[in-house]
Design a protein around this ligand. Sequence first.
Ligand code: CA
Length: 423
Amino acid sequence: MDKTIDPALKSWIEVEKDDDFPIQNLPFGICKRPGESPYAATRIGNTVINLYALAKHSYIQETCIDADLFNRPVLNDFITLGKASSRRLRECLSDLFYEGNPLLRDHLQARKEILSPVKEVEMMMPVRVGDYTDFFSSEQHATNLGTIFRDAAHALNPNWKHIPVAYHGRASSIVISGTPIHRPKGQTDPNAASIPEFGPVKQLDFELEVAFITGKSTLLGDSISTKDAEDSIFGLVLFNDLSARDIQKWEYTPLGPFLGKNFGSVISPWIITLDALEPFRTSGPEQNPPVLPYLSFEGNHHFDINLEVFLKLPGEREVIISKTNYNNIYWNIVQQLAHQTVNGCNINIGDIYSSGTISGRDPSSFGSMIELTWGGTKPIKFPGGSERRFIEDLDTVILRGYAEKNGLRIGFGEASVKILPAN
Ligand code: CA
């Protein structure tokens, strides 16, 4: 077993019970202290660890990673080194922060330069995103949306169980948790009228998703097999693909989503590696009809990750409105990446591939407002007496996620976004 994920490991950095970031997690992110330049970091408990400072003080010398790679505004150049390097770094960090290791623990001067309370740093986009693909891999979500937009008899398109359906999204509008987004304006369904309406959208929605970030580049013409796909996946983040349902409904035929989904997508700041998620592998649903050979795979590539959505109305406390699990996806990450590249489409380091909205069977586990309120017909009621059919101005949507097993909890932190009135 990989000893970095031994549930018995403890750090000399304080970690509270049920914290998302025990010493077994060791996620990667980019942060910034006021007035300083951004740097690569990891995190244990509520302490952020400056990898650039750690490298400059020669604490991670045996990884042979050039300190300068941690002194950049994104992780792309570090990720380029490959999984062998990031694994070596994980092992080195696990050893350095293990409770029995005095090397940095007892060096108070160096600790001051290397460690910061998480509330004193600003989290930045961890990667420069080149391309973004949004899959549609939850059968329940696809069925729910097909039923609401079309009808129950034609909910799932005939291709759905043969192809991990997806569209190419917009990378420029992917933002880090905490970035507010203005309500978009656009053209919406005229319904019975002869010309469409235009204005701030009325059906603003979230989509609860998990995305993987690629850690390798390929050449145009190359494909990645399901067997090799995980080697090209650096890690996972939470992903909120904000959606304007009224724009989407009017524009999506025949080419799919466009302005209804490219005005803001929000990611959680820490990239959780597949190494940290290893204990939480699980099998997915049986795939019937059988998939074509290029989509067949061996092993378990689903992950048992609890996912939650909270909605915070202005002046009120946040309330949980959905609870589901990442294993509610039909197509797994290796099938998604194999499908993305089977035609020779090249990929780059830092690309984002999102799962699509993740909905379970139970209505309390639906991953979007349009499903939870069934097209706006069944409003969600809040303790203060308010109701929501869709997201209103000044509401905050917060996604959280964590895996838990045998006393080990690996979490994602959160992806939070406040909606501001239309510009
Ligand atoms: Ca989506």
